[in-house]
Design a protein around this ligand. Structure first.
Ligand SMILES: [Zn+2]
Length: 296
């Protein structure tokens, strides 16, 4: 299987087997200029890895997809609007092609092969530049909107990022970007989330207070998600989520249990993601396997 994780800054492709092992990799910059450039770059990555052993292709993309058809309706950081990306790739290479929102693909990977192995109900949250995520309900990935980063955590709170006009959303309060801003308020323009985590580990009171606050917001959101979906486990990943896991997850679990209804108030588990930056790539490949196996 070739899995392709199309990101806003880079396109990561790999040949992945059924056990999720990445056998070969290829990477390039993401063109942000125009639609044909994005398609050309995506197809270039696939062509670079393609050989007779490849049976199908899976694509993870930071975009809203039309349910049922998989057509891209709108992309977040790429110049793609109303385009059948999977159809283009299928026509070019003559192989089955699956496509999924990038956060959905990462959710599939953590559920099948990572921290959520063996569960039937799971929520994934990725804390990076933004906050993304996905939901597995009754043993299947929820394929619709799962914009968990845009849950309101503080009514009338700080404005959200990018094209979102809401306020007090989880993304504005618990993303890596939010941690960057908090660090800059404490120590000036050069500071970032990495410094915040580093100083908190050394016992810096201001840094610890900021991370406690972030964990509180994260826990409030997780508590609400627990009350909606009753997940067996909530997996937290993403660049910032992975880097700060030892400082965030335990207080977030405590805050979540304080909001969750019984029995989740005692047994809800919040754990770190296991697949790191490769979750998107491996998840894209799993989407390709689904297309090959006719699961969707
Ligand atoms: Zn928002």
């Amino acid at each position: 299987m070739i899995g392709v994780d199309v990101g806003g800054t880079k396109i990561l492709a790999g040949v992945v087997d059924r056990e999720g092992r990445v056998l070969r990799r290829h990477m390039s910059e993401s063109p942000v200029t125009a639609e044909p450039d994005v398609l050309a770059a995506l197809e270039g990555q696939i062509a670079a890895l393609l050989d007779d052993s490849v049976a199908a292709i899976g694509v993870g993309i930071p975009a809203n997809l039309e349910r049922g058809t998989g057509r891209v309706t709108r992309a977040t950081n790429l110049p793609l609007t109303d385009l059948d990306v999977a159809g283009h790739v299928r026509d070019r290479f003559g192989l089955p092609v699956g496509i999924e929102n990038d956060a959905g693909a990462a959710t599939l990977a953590e559920w099948r092969l990572g921290a959520g192995r063996g569960t039937s109900n799971l929520v994934l949250l990725t804390l990076g530049t933004g906050v993304g995520g996905g939901v597995v309900v009754d043993g299947a990935l929820y394929r619709g909107w799962a914009e968990v980063g845009h849950m309101v955590v503080v009514t009338g709170g700080p404005p959200c990022q990018g094209a979102c006009h809401g306020r007090g959303h989880l993304e504005a309060l618990a993303s890596g970007s939010a941690a960057d801003r908090a660090a800059q308020e404490l120590w000036g323009a050069g500071a970032d989330a990495r410094l915040l985590v580093e100083r908190a580990r050394k016992g810096d009171d201001a840094a610890l207070a900021v991370l406690r606050e972030i964990a509180g917001y994260l826990g409030a959101a997780i508590g609400s998600l627990a009350n909606l979906f009753d997940p067996e486990v909530v997996v937290v990943g993403g660049g910032f989520g992975d880097a700060a896991a030892d400082l965030l997850l335990e207080p977030a679990q405590e805050a979540a249990r304080a909001e969750a209804l019984a029995p989740a108030d005692e047994r809800l588990r919040v754990v770190g993601a296991e697949l790191g930056a490769e979750a998107g790539l491996v998840g894209a490949a799993l989407v390709g396997f689904e297309a090959l196996d006719g699961v969707r």
